[in-house]
Design a protein around this ligand. Structure first.
Ligand code: MG
Length: 270
């Protein structure tokens, strides 16, 4: 059991004790934006290259380009932190790709088939087989070590596939810090509050003894709906500031989080 303090201040009037923390992955544990941007760009590239053969008229090329960029949440400055590429699972991104293709005249079967082909060509850029898994966010490893020392169980709740989660953790030596994972393969998936309950069950800790930390409003509202004791918005994982619901407490660096084991006299600085 520990208490969390933010910049030395209690979180909430009662500062509830917790036994576990549920972390989002992309944009929270990891600086995923460069990888996600490369993935989205590659999907656009292959989709534009293959669309003419599938029946997309040449005069619709520019419209398709624009539709795909909008669908994937691609901006001049980077990836929209709450866009499809950032928060949605692979199959949802695939459906959004197929939907864009229908808007330039393709039928649904052809749109789905082309989307499957494009994703098969680009999956290696996201987790599976990637040479460059995203970097952990600054100060994360120190925090995880502090949590382990204090006996806090950590889990990951992500819409990435298990393979991508394991690759990120393994590449950076973080596997031992996490006791359970809730991935795109699990049901229900986030942002269903049932995903939180499922991960809590795997960790053996009830939600009222957990904290949840994520970089998307959908993460935060999911945690609140599931009855998680402490829900924190993490804002430092993206090139652009993440616009988070102000009704939640926000966190801008892991060093701002203190882990207090037992009494406040036993503060363990992360
Ligand atoms: Mg995220």
């Amino acid at each position: 059991m520990v208490h969390l303090l933010l910049r030395g201040e209690s979180l909430g009037i009662t500062s509830p004790p917790i036994d576990a923390i549920l972390f989002d992955k992309d944009g929270t544990l990891s600086h995923s934006e460069p990888m996600l941007r490369a993935l989205a760009e590659a999907r656009v590239f292959h989709c534009l290259a293959l669309a003419p053969e599938a029946g997309c008229p040449p005069e619709q090329h520019d419209l398709l380009h624009d539709l795909l960029k909008r669908a994937y949440g691609m901006r001049e400055a980077g990836i929209h932190p709450a866009g499809t590429t950032a928060v949605a699972a692979r199959d949802h991104n695939l459906i959004s790709t197929a939907t864009a293709l229908t808007q330039v005249g393709l039928g649904w079967p052809e749109s789905l088939a082309l989307s499957e082909e494009v994703f098969a060509l680009t999956d290696r850029l996201h987790g599976q087989g990637s040479d460059a898994p995203p970097q952990p966010t600054e100060g994360l490893v120190k925090l995880l070590a502090t949590l382990r020392e204090a006996g806090v169980r950590c889990g990951i709740i992500s819409n990435d596939h298990l393979e991508g989660i394991h690759q990120f953790l393994g590449h950076h030596g973080l596997t031992p810090y996490f006791e359970a994972h809730w991935s795109a393969e699990h049901r229900p998936r986030k942002p269903d509050p049932g995903a939180v309950l499922g991960l809590c069950n795997e960790l053996g800790v009830p939600p009222e003894r957990c904290a949840l930390i994520g970089d998307a409003n959908s993460d935060l509202r999911m945690g609140r709906s599931a009855g998680v004791a402490i829900v924190l918005g993490y804002r430092a994982g993206w090139s652009q500031p993440v616009d988070l619901d102000p009704s939640f407490t926000h966190l801008d660096h892991w060093r701002d989080l203190d882990v207090v084991a037992g009494t406040p006299a036993g503060v363990l600085r992360a």
